[in-house]
Design a binder for this molecule. Structure first.
Ligand SMILES: [Zn+2]
Ligand SMILES: [Zn+2]
Length: 254
């Protein structure tokens, strides 16, 4: 399984980080197209920069409907339509259908250009898309949200989306006797007291004793700049596995 971090940032712009998005691929050589998880502003450009073609993307999963996770969805639809690709499967939490309907009201010229199939997902649901087995995991955020555990060829990855530390992520990890890679949000350093998000200390507390092969911290607010070493240390001490700060266009093979 190949994972490409497209955007590791948040709603506030910062150097070298666009908003949230990652590409997951079971293997193009096995006939599986890449699948996009989250599509915040800047992700469409990163798809191009990563070497993927936007017209390959016909499956998009959204962790939730905050703009920094879905702001480029319509831009992707338009780019594909201009290249004569009109079909898109859009998977997201409850409310995704209403969100897209209302968005398209503002863009009537797009309404008959795209054939978008929306599937609203709930925690615990399993699907298979392009060789990836996707399990929806309950997360806790300011609005309906999901994490995704993705398995292919015996390897597994869990992407948290935006969330407070939540036991459901631990349960999902333990249900498969661990995961090879955890991509977890770590929005702020521990000097901030936050809700709806995770800090190194709260992530460390949540993960203690859990079997994870490697952890990449993502969804980094500008406030984390200068705290990276400390953030990695706090999480690594609790988990005993390699921990790193993610960066845009980073490629991970598991
Ligand atoms: Zn959010
Ligand atoms: Zn976010």
């Amino acid at each position: 399984m190949k994972i490409t971090l497209l955007g590791t940032g948040v709603a506030i712009p910062q150097k070298d980080r666009v908003q949230s998005g990652l590409m997951v691929e079971a293997g193009v050589d096995r006939g599986c197209s890449p699948v996009l998880f989250d599509c915040g502003c800047g992700v469409l450009q990163r798809i191009f920069e990563s070497g993927y073609k936007h017209i390959e993307i016909t499956n998009v999963f959204l962790s939730h409907l905050h703009l920094d996770h879905c702001g480029d969805v319509l831009a992707l639809v338009k780019a594909n339509w201009l290249c004569e690709v009109t079909k898109l499967n859009l998977w997201g939490p409850v409310g995704t259908g209403q969100w897209l309907d209302e968005l398209l009201v503002a863009y009537p010229y797009m309404q008959d250009k795209a054939e978008i199939t929306i599937t609203e997902l709930t925690p615990g649901q399993w699907l298979e898309v392009e060789g990836l087995e996707v399990e929806c995991v309950r997360t806790v955020h300011a609005l309906p949200s999901l994490g995704f555990k993705v398995t292919a060829w015996g390897k597994s990855m869990l992407y948290s989306g935006d969330t407070e530390p939540v036991v459901d992520i631990i349960d999902a990890i333990e249900a498969s006797d661990g995961v090879d890679l955890l991509i977890h949000e770590c929005s702020f350093p521990d000097t901030f007291d936050v809700t709806n998000h995770t800090t190194p200390g709260t992530l460390a507390g949540m993960l203690k004793g859990t079997s994870v092969g490697r952890i990449i911290l993502t969804h980094l607010y500008p406030h984390t700049r200068g705290f990276e070493t400390e953030m990695v240390k706090v999480v690594a001490e609790a988990c005993g596995c390699p921990v790193e700060i993610g960066h845009d266009l980073q490629v991970i093979e598991i």
